[in-house]
Design a protein around this ligand. Structure first.
Ligand SMILES: NC(=O)c1ccc[n+]([C@@H]2O[C@H](COP(=O)([O-])OP(=O)(O)OC[C@H]3O[C@@H](n4cnc5c(N)ncnc54)[C@H](OP(=O)(O)O)[C@@H]3O)[C@@H](O)[C@H]2O)c1
Length: 512
C-alpha cells in the first residue's frame, strides 16, 4: 500500500516516493480471459506508465489458447487501449512495455506443461535479468486453483527463498470456496504447498482509494474515535449497487448469486473496516487480526434478517433492459438471487445493539457504493425543521464510487426571523480537492504483491469465518426456492421487502 504509514510504530514514512522493487516475473494463468484483458493488463501498463514496475521484469501470459507471443501482445494492446487509465498512443512506450510481455500455452491440468513452464521461466529470467522471483496470478476459473497449486508445487515452483532472491508469491482471485468447508479445504491445500505469507487472496475493493481512505479517515482523525460506537451511532448502512446485469457471466453467476459474489467478500470487508478496533500499527498482521476479530463477534445470519431478490425487466437510463431470467445462459426458472440485503450484528462492547445493514444488487437504479453512518438523534428536540417536523438525523456518508468523497449532514438555521432548522451537507470530493487521478484497485494491489505487503489482502481465517456467517442463510435459501422471483424491476432499488427490513424498525435506506 503506497500511502503507507510507517511499518514500525515510529514516525510515519512520507508517501509516494517509488520504492525499489525486486526484479520479478509476473505469470498470469488465464491470460486469454476477461479479467486479464479488462483489469490486469491495463493495471500493469498503468504501473509501467507511472514508473512503478521493477526495472527488470517480465509478464508471461499462460492459457490453453494457442497464441503466438505477437498475437497475445496485439490483443493486450487493444485491451489496454480500451480499458487502461493511460492509452498507449505513444507507440514507442507500448513497444518498450510489450518487449516484456510474452505468452506460453499451458493446460493447467497437465503436469508435463509445468516442466516446460519451469524451463521457459529460467530462459526468461536470463533474458530479463530476473533472479527467480515469481508472482503467479491465478485468473482462472476457481476449480483450477487446486490443480494449479498442486502442479506448481510438484514442479518445484512454489518454494520461496529469502527476500530479494528467489521468492514466489501466488495470487488467488475470489471466490475462495463456495462455503466454509470448501474454503477450508482449499486454504489447507494451498498452505501445504505455500507458506501463508506467500498467499495473496485478492479483493480488488480493498485496493480502491476510497476504501483505503476509510482507515485513514478513522485512524488519522482524533475527533471521530470518541463517537464511533453504540453511544452515538444508531446504525450503519453499506450499499454496493450495480446498474449492469451479468453480461456473459451466467455460467459463474447462476451458481453464485449476490451473497457469494459480493457480500461474502466486498461488503463484509467494508463492514470490517468500519467496525474494527484501531490496530496496534498499520501493517498486515495487526490490521488482519482486527478484521478477523470483528467477524468473530458476529453471529451467523438467519433468514429473518435477510432479503433476496431477482430483477425482472425494466428501464435503466431510459432504455428497456431484460429481466435476469431472459439473460443469455440463465434458465427460465432460475432461483439465483441478483439482490441481497442482510442485517448483521456485532456483539462487542463497541457495537452491541447497532445494526449493520448491507445490500447489493445488479440492475439497480444506478451504480453507487456508499457507507452511511447514521448518528443518534439529539436527546431533546428544541428546533423543528419545518413548522411541523423534527430535524433529520446526522449522517456521515463515505462515497466509494462514483463522486468519490465524504459528506456530513448536519442541521443549520434557515435564514429568516424564525428559528427553523434545515439539513445541510458538508462535503469533500476527491476530484475537487486532489487533482491527480487515483490508481485502480488492481494497480495498488499488484504493486503490493510485488512489494510483499499483504495488508490489503484477505487472510485464510477471515475467508473461512465469513463463509461460516453466511452458510446457514445460503443453505435455507437453497432448500427453499423463492416463490416471488422476479420481485424487483431492473432500474429500481430492489424488492419492497428490503425497504421493509428497515421500515419495521423506523429506519430507511438513505442511498436511492
Ligand atoms: N472478470 C472479472 O471481472 C472478475 C472479477 C473478479 C474475480 N474474477 C475471477 O477471476 C477468475 C477469472 O475470471 P475471468 O472472468 O477472466 O474468466 P474467463 O474469461 O472465463 O477466463 C478464464 C481463463 O482461464 C483459462 N483457462 C481455463 N481452463 C484452463 C486450463 N485448463 N488451463 C489453462 N488455462 C485455462 C482460459 O483460457 P483458455 O480457455 O485459453 O485455456 C481463460 O484465459 C475467476 O476465478 C473469476 O471468478 C473475475
Amino acid at each position: 500500500m503506497r500511502a503507507d504509514a510507517s511499518r514500525t510504530q515510529q514516525t510515519p514514512r512520507p508517501t509516494s516516493a517509488p520504492r525499489p522493487l525486486d526484479p520479478c516475473g509476473i505469470v498470469i494463468f488465464g491470460a486469454s480471459g476477461d479479467l486479464t484483458a479488462r483489469l490486469l493488463m491495463p493495471a500493469l501498463y498503468d504501473l509501467a506508465e507511472t514508473k512503478n514496475l521493477p526495472e527488470n521484469f517480465y509478464i508471461l501470459g499462460a492459457a490453453r489458447k494457442p497464441l503466438s507471443p505477437e498475437q497475445f501482445r496485439n490483443q493486450m494492446q487493444a485491451a489496454v487501449n480500451e480499458f487502461g487509465r493511460f492509452r498507449p498512443e505513444d507507440q514507442s512506450k507500448w513497444k518498450e512495455f510489450a518487449q516484456r510481455v510474452n505468452y506460453f500455452p499451458v493446460d493447467a491440468k497437465k503436469a508435463e506443461d509445468y516442466q516446460r513452464l519451469r524451463e521457459h521461466l529460467k530462459e526468461l529470467d536470463r533474458q530479463y535479468g530476473v533472479p527467480g522471483n515469481y508472482l503467479f496470478y491465478l485468473a482462472v476459473p476457481p476449480g483450477l486453483y487446486s490443480p494449479i497449486v498442486e502442479q506448481l508445487g510438484g514442479a518445484g515452483l512454489a518454494a520461496s527463498g529469502p527476500r530479494g532472491r528467489g521468492w514466489t508469491r501466488i495470487v488467488l482471485e475470489k471466490p475462495i470456496g463456495h462455503n466454509r468447508e470448501s474454503a477450508r479445504r482449499l486454504n489447507k491445500q494451498v498452505c501445504e504447498i505455500f507458506q501463508e505469507e506467500q498467499v495473496y487472496r485478492i479483493d480488488h475493493f480493498l485496493g480502491k482509494e476510497t476504501v483505503q481512505n476509510l482507515a485513514v479517515f478513522r485512524f488519522a482523525n482524533g475527533i471521530f474515535e470518541p463517537i464511533w460506537n453504540r453511544n452515538f451511532i444508531d446504525h450503519v448502512q453499506i450499499t454496493v449497487a450495480e446498474d449492469i446485469g451479468i453480461g456473459h457471466r451466467a455460467g459463474f453467476y447462476e451458481k453464485a448469486g449476490a451473497v457469494q459474489d459480493m457480500i461474502q467478500n466486498h461488503l463484509l470487508q467494508l463492514l470490517c473496516l468500519v467496525a474494527m478496533e484501531p490496530p496496534a500499527s498499520f501493517e498486515a498482521t495487526p490490521v488482519q487480526e482486527e478484521k478477523v476479530k470483528v467477524l468473530q463477534c458476529m453471529r451467523a445470519v438467519n433468514t429473518g434478517n435477510a432479503v433476496r431478490g431477482q430483477y425482472g425487466p425494466g428501464r435503466i437510463d431510459g432504455k428497456e433492459v431484460a429481466g435476469y431470467r431472459q439473460e443469455e445462459g440463465v434458465g427460465p426458472n432460475s432461483a439465483t438471487e441478483t439482490f441481497a440485503a442482510v442485517k448483521f450484528e456485532i456483539e462487542n462492547w463497541r457495537w452491541a445493539g447497532v445494526p449493520f445493514y448491507v445490500r447489493t444488487g445488479k440492475r439497480m437504479a444506478r451504480k453507487a457504493s456508499e457507507i452511511t453512518i447514521q448518528f443518534r438523534d439529539a436527546p431533546l428536540t428544541l428546533f423543528a425543521c419545518t413548522a411541523m417536523q423534527p430535524c433529520e438525523p446526522n449522517l456521515l456518508t463515505l462515497r466509494i464510487q462514483p463522486n468519490e468523497g465524504m459528506g456530513l449532514r448536519v442541521i443549520a438555521k434557515t435564514p429568516g426571523l424564525d428559528v427553523i432548522g434545515h439539513s445541510v451537507q458538508l462535503d469533500f470530493a476527491y476530484s475537487e480537492n486532489f487533482k491527480q487521478e487515483s490508481p485502480s484497485g488492481y494497480e495498488t494491489l499488484l504493486l503490493d504483491c510485488m512489494e510483499g505487503d499483504p495488508m490489503l489482502f484477505a487472510r485464510g481465517d477471515w475467508i473461512e469465518r465469513s463463509w461460516e456467517l453466511l452458510d446457514p442463510l445460503l443453505k435455507v435459501w437453497a432448500e427453499n426456492p423463492p416463490k416471488d422471483f422476479p420481485n424487483y424491476s431492473a432500474g429500481s432499488w430492489g424488492p419492497p421487502r428490503a425497504d421493509e427490513l428497515l421500515r419495521r424498525v423506523a429506519r430507511q435506506w438513505h442511498l436511492r
